[in-house]
Design a protein around this ligand. Structure first.
Ligand code: GLP
Length: 253
């Protein structure tokens, strides 16, 4: 595992974007595993900028998103489909037919999970899977649980996640109560994992995930078992790790 630390959100976003850019340059037909949340917005900005400046093209890339809320459609401004269009897809030359995201409007959970599992498998898994980190250690929407769930699953969101995500909705009541998420199998089969985190609010959980026991109660801890993980974080998110494991971080500030 490599842990890169930047002083600011801007710096960590640029570093994380460069990991994805390197992948696209190495293989223009890459499968990019993408994530939502506030953390990756900065890195998507860099990818869009580099596309604009003609350093990058996504024309032959395929994408596979981690998750989607249930019960809201792609036109809802809090759906992850909408988020991806707003923050990345509309700003680069990716072909819409090459993008994949669970269908939050499919009421048949078993069918949607099976469909999306097949999408991920048919793509041959991501070349690089981007991940944010939930306040409770979730990755995608894999919430703390008694066991790791391998396949795409229909997950009931925890109160902690509903509270954390309520800031994006008009009220807490409007936050969907469940979601479809790629499971641990899809994430662990990615050839490379890129974990991003910023802000002091993530400092404790980031340390727990990367250095604590591997347990489904901290879903991100499973990444300790992945062969190629790159972490890009800012100084605030790394504050606990920098104290407890000072040699673990490669600072690029
Ligand atoms: C959401 C998403 C996750 C994301 C997490 C953290 O619940 N499902 O994929 O990583 O929240 O979000 P943020 O980056 O806003 O802290």
């Amino acid at each position: 595992m490599k842990i890169y630390g930047g002083k600011t959100y801007e710096q960590m976003s640029e570093k994380a974007a460069s990991v994805i850019a390197a992948q696209v340059i190495e293989n223009p037909r890459s499968v990019l595993g993408l994530a939502t949340g506030s953390t990756p917005i900065g890195l998507y900005g860099f990818l869009a900028k580099w596309y604009e400046e003609k350093y990058l093209s996504f024309k032959e890339c395929k994408t596979v998103n981690l998750d989607e809320y249930c019960g809201i459609g792609p036109d809802h401004d809090q759906s992850y489909a909408y988020f991806m269009r707003e923050n990345l897809f509309s700003k680069i030359d990716i072909l819409p037919e090459n993008t994949n995201i669970p269908n939050g409007l499919n009421p048949d959970a078993a069918a949607e999970c099976a469909r999306y599992d097949k999408v991920i498998e048919d793509l041959g898994y991501a070349d690089v899977q981007l991940l944010g980190l939930g306040n409770n250690g979730h990755i995608g929407f894999n919430e703390p649980a008694p066991a790791f769930v391998p396949g795409v699953n229909h997950v009931k969101l925890t109160d902690s996640t509903i509270n954390a995500n309520a800031r994006f909705f008009a009220s807490r009541e409007e936050v969907p109560k469940s979601a479809y998420t790629m499971g641990i199998k899809g994430i662990m089969n990615a050839k490379k994992v890129l974990l991003v985190a910023n802000g002091t609010g993530k400092a404790e959980i980031l340390e727990k995930a990367l250095f604590g026991p591997v347990t489904p109660e901290v879903p991100a801890s499973v990444l300790q078992l992945h062969r190629d993980v790159v972490v890009c974080a800012d100084e605030a998110a790394l504050s606990v790790i920098a104290k407890k494991h000072p040699d673990a971080v490669e600072w690029f500030r």
